[in-house]
Design a protein around this ligand. Structure first.
Ligand code: PGA
Length: 248
């Protein structure tokens, strides 16, 4: 399976800053044939600037969330056609920060996943347990419930057009990355929880860095990374891409 490295810029980078970062990443990865898919997911306001900055490169545009409706009275929201018009091809859905700070619930994430697939956008569906859930021994139960809810009503044959990101909430932005063997085990559990996920790319996310990424990529269930902090530095992000391309 093709490896995928996604830079989730979160609420960082104005349009002007995003152009500089995108050009820096493009320059760091220039003149090499790419075997991995590399996705940059800036804030909505920087999509157009990043689109221009990566024009003519192999880099692909992603968004960090979206609404499920094509249009309507949804103040502040962004629709799938709006993203498509800007050249967006991937969309992160169900990120734990959206669940935690914006009140996103499984049923809503499911509507978004179905809307993305219906529009030909690749949903990157993020699931993960909190520290309390891990301590309570309900990690597997939690992530399989999230993934089943996210893909409810989606045909098994459509699952190969999606990406799953396993992001333990306690590992995000903390520097406490999940043990790679344990991440692989959980990803295997998620993969086995719905028929059709066998050929879906899985990403690990949570304090991914150039120092630890290879140990995830070495695992059977991991095809790449969903990267926050380390995606905001062009040299670090380019290193992650190089690691993803090694041995493929
Ligand atoms: P992090 O973020 O790499 O900064 O831990 C990952 C994410 O939230 O997607």
């Amino acid at each position: 399976m093709t490896r995928i490295v996604v830079g989730n810029w979160k609420m960082h980078e104005t349009s002007a800053q995003a152009s500089v970062l995108a050009r820096g990443i493009a320059a760091a990865l220039a003149d090499e044939p790419r075997s991995a898919t590399v996705v940059l997911a800036p804030p909505f306001t920087a999509l157009e600037a990043v689109r221009k900055s990566i024009h003519g490169t192999h880099l692909v545009l992603g968004a960090q969330t979206m609404h499920w409706a094509d249009e309507g009275a949804f103040t502040g929201e962004i629709s799938p056609p709006m993203l498509l018009e800007l050249g967006v091809r991937y969309v992160i859905l169900g990120h734990s920060e959206r669940r935690r700070y914006c009140g996103e619930v499984d049923a809503e994430i499911n509507r978004k996943v179905r809307a993305a697939l219906g529009h030909g956008l690749v949903p990157i569906v993020a699931v993960g347990e909190s520290e309390q859930e891990r301590d309570a021994g309900i990690t597997d139960e939690r992530v399989t419930a999230q993934i089943r809810a996210a893909f409810e009503g989606v045909a098994a044959t459509d699952l190969r057009n999606a990406v799953v990101a396993y992001e333990p909430v306690w590992a995000i932005g903390t520097g406490r990355n999940c043990d790679p063997q344990e991440a692989d085990r959980v990803m295997g559990t998620i993969r086995a929880s719905i028929p059709g996920l066998e050929s879906t790319p899985f990403l690990y996310g949570g304090s991914v860095s150039p120092a630890n990424f290879a140990s995830y990529l070495a695992r059977a269930n991991c095809q790449g990374g969903l990267v926050g902090g380390a995606s905001l530095d062009s040299a670090s992000f380019a290193q992650l891409v190089h690691l993803a391309e090694r041995g493929t």
